[in-house]
Design a protein. Sequence first.
Length: 375
Amino acid sequence: MERRSFLRVVTAGAGAVAFAGGLWQGAAAGVAGESPYGPLLAADANGVALPQGFTSRIVARSSHSVGGATWHGAPDGGACFADGDAWIYVSNSELPLIGGASAIRFRADGSVDRAYRILSGTTLNCAGGATPWNTWLSCEETWRGRVFETDPYGVRSAVARTAMGRFKHEAAACDPDRRVVYLTEDEEDGCLYRFTPTTWGDLSAGRLDVLCDAGGGAVVWQRVPNPSPLFTETRDQVSSALKFDGGEGCYYAGGVCYFTAKGENSVYAYNAAANTLGKIYGGGGTLGTVDNITGRSGGDLYVAEDGGNEEINIITPDGVVAPVMRLDGHADSEITGPAFSPDGTRLYFSSQRGTSGNTTGIDGVTFEVRGPFRH
């Protein structure tokens, strides 16, 4: 998103945030309005309520076979990767001890070619992020959790990238303009981190910083003294570190890193070019318990709910917030892993616990929605 689009978002509508020196000055409530796709219709046979012209299908179910592999339980963060005229959807598993990540390869016609594991032997793999060099960063949401760099194509073995910090990781978003990776932390007093690799494209070494209050409404990055602590947590090592209640999804586009804080039900925007921090959504409104986030090149953001109405909502560059999908009968689940196919015509996501709400995640369901999504 260009900076002028970003500024339209953060200043749109009554209650939207006004920037004054850097830090947000109040909450941007967003503007409830009609989705650019129109209202949701009655749920289809898969329990998915969609606008006119959109269709859904179930591509995988936890504990069931898909593409010659058993699909993992508790599907969470995800991303899509191009593979010639085909594509791959990668999904984490937020299960303890046996989490990891799996991938489904789709043929050019959308049919499932095969599925396979790309990471095993890790725990509570929640969200993550794709890299510009086509790897998937799978993040452990646990004490002293690690980031694993994995191969969506299933050729190379996964590698732990401990230089990116040992904490309760959630999501990651790469900023190729500044050659850094932003990282969220799912704690009640979690932080936003920035990892600067020594060599861009190689995450084995680098510097970990935390976003801090510089006073007078300004923000600044300060180095985390010990990214892999045994005692003092990373979020407690720099006294001026800004705290966010339940850091979740993270998405970068056009100079802006967007991230969600579930405990605050807020969507933040860090403008890396201007080094400012603001809110584009906060508090009440159509979105309930914000979680994973993704977007499109035209500036639209898509935010999944953990609870609420079990919806994915769009936030347009004009600040309109409206549902584009709702799952009926999944009241005790959460929507996870929203990701667009490379051509932008298909949106993948999961219901982590399905209609049963079983906390073991054995009833997770992964969906595909097709339709005229805006670019």
